[in-house]
Design a protein around this ligand. Structure first.
Ligand code: ARG
Length: 467
């Protein structure tokens, strides 16, 4: 095959080395920017016409040509050429093929450097909005489950040792908080992402009298970028997004770890739906929690992408460098991975069976109401440190007798502290312990219901912020 005619061929006397052509090409992965590249080009063409740089009729031809190219790509009727390097030059060359000489005017007053920066921002903005929507759906699922499980008692852990009883609803609401913060972080990143680089040209701006506000508005950006050198070289928005994405994956990974633990026979807290598990090729009894394990595992690649992007940028002098082409694969894979992972958890949770009896049983073991006994003694006037010691003696007694704190007779409890009276027993029950933590942010069922109601408003507020 003869080498492809390059858009920049004028300065060159020899053709590009075949390996170098493949090595420098990005069309294999950046073709997925085509809709956003075309959108940017159409806005640019209309602006060129509006300020009189090209004719209105020429802009119309260009826009029309680009739209048919978009339709062909949508339909899979477009042949990408590695010789044409990237998505931008493939589309421009196709445009010239289709509409002739007029197509050559599209690239007036712009460069691929401001073009790609614009396309990536548009692409990421759309992807980011999709993830915020997914986080909202996951948030609603968690609120629904938290409400349903507001009275369900489970052990709360510190150091993975039974610590104090909590409600399952309260635990689910802790997950909700993580994802609500994630959605907020994405929104914050979106605000900084949403500025328009076109007009920065290759690096120094353009000698044409363009209207940057017009293209910014047409493309839904809040304003044009301030500095042309920064505009073509800045990839902070990619890094910021990927950092927020890495944190989403860390949250998913932590939750996945809990699901893996809870689904073991040793915990027995949950049963994952068959559709979300696989068996073993050799051990017939096995039902493996593949989906949570993959959620946990996939966090690694997104954290890796964040590192890759930071390192990609750290040595770059102003302004554009070809290094920047390497931002795309980590970004695209991050978007794909987070999208699929959020979907997986959102579908898995409502299909999960929670074994309330088992949770309650485990909550009883490990003397989780010992703190309540100490608090009781404090209310009777004992300093907390002494109360802690007295409650510790009671736990010791209960361990020796092989019973629960609430099963010790009053006479035995009194040997730990004379301040203990018959009204201690409701305090030592799991229900009593939970109900006592009845303040904003506490685990009492009443508080869980109120937190769910507030959670609904907070989700709706997030919606309003996205407008
Ligand atoms: N494919 C390139 C990228 O992704 C587009 C910009 C190329 N600019 C250049 N001066 N070679 O960054």
């Amino acid at each position: 095959m003869p080498p492809t005619d390059k858009a920049w061929k004028g300065r060159f006397t020899e053709p590009t080395d075949a390996f170098v052509e493949a090595f420098t090409a990005s069309v294999g992965f950046d073709q997925r920017l085509y809709r956003h590249d075309i959108r940017g080009s159409i806005a640019h063409a209309h602006m060129l016409a509006a300020v009189g740089i090209i004719q209105e009729s020429e802009a119309a031809l260009i826009a029309e040509g680009l739209s048919t190219i978009e339709k062909d790509i949508d339909a899979g009727h477009f042949t990408w050429s590695v010789g044409r390097e990237d998505v931008h030059m493939n589309i421009e060359a196709a445009l010239i093929e289709r509409i002739g000489e007029v197509g050559k005017k599209l690239h007036t007053a712009r460069s691929r450097n401001d073009q790609v920066a614009t396309a990536v921002r548009l692409y990421l903005r759309e992807g980011l909005d999709g993830l915020v929507g997914q986080l909202q759906r996951l948030g609603s699922v968690l609120l629904m489950l938290a409400e349903r499980e507001a009275e369900t008692i489970m052990p709360g852990f510190t150091h993975l040792q039974v610590a104090q009883p909590v409600t399952l609803g309260h635990h689910l609401l802790a997950w909700f908080e993580m994802f609500l913060r994630d959605a907020g972080r994405l929104k914050d990143a979106r605000a900084r992402l949403n500025v328009m680089p076109l007009g920065a040209g290759a690096l120094a701006g353009t000698s044409f009298p363009i209207d940057r506000h017009m293209t910014a508005q047409a493309l839904g950006f809040t304003r044009p970028t301030e500095n042309s050198l920064d505009a073509v070289s800045d990839r902070d928005f990619v890094i910021e997004f990927t950092a927020a994405a890495a944190l989403i994956m860390v949250h998913l990974s932590r939750i996945a770890e809990e699901l893996v633990l809870w689904s073991t026979p040793q915990f027995g807290f949950i049963e994952l739906a068959d559709g979300f598990c696989t068996g073993s090729s050799i051990m017939p009894q096995k039902k493996n929690p593949d989906v949570p394990e993959l959620l946990r595992g996939k966090s690694g690649r997104v954290i890796g992408h964040l590192t890759a992007l930071l390192v990609l940028m750290k040595g770059q002098p102003l302004a554009y460098n070809k290094d920047n082409q390497e931002d795309k694969e980590p970004l695209f894979d991050t978007l794909d991975t987070v999208r699929d992972s959020l979907r997986a958890l959102t579908e898995l949770l409502p299909a999960t069976t929670f074994h309330r009896k088992r949770m309650r049983e485990e909550a009883r073991r490990g003397y989780p109401t010992a703190t309540d006994l100490a608090d009781y003694l404090v209310r009777r006037g004992l300093p907390f440190r002494d109360a802690h010691e007295a409650a510790g003696r009671a736990v010791r007694l209960a361990i020796d007798r092989g019973v629960d704190l609430a099963e010790l007779p009053l006479s035995e409890l009194k040997t730990c502290s004379v301040l203990i009276e018959a009204d201690i027993f409701p305090v030592l029950t799991l229900e009593g312990s939970l109900a006592a933590r009845d303040h904003l942010g506490g685990t009492a069922p009443r508080q869980v219901h109120e937190a769910v109601a507030r959670g609904r408003t907070r989700l709706a507020d997030l919606e309003a912020r996205s407008a």
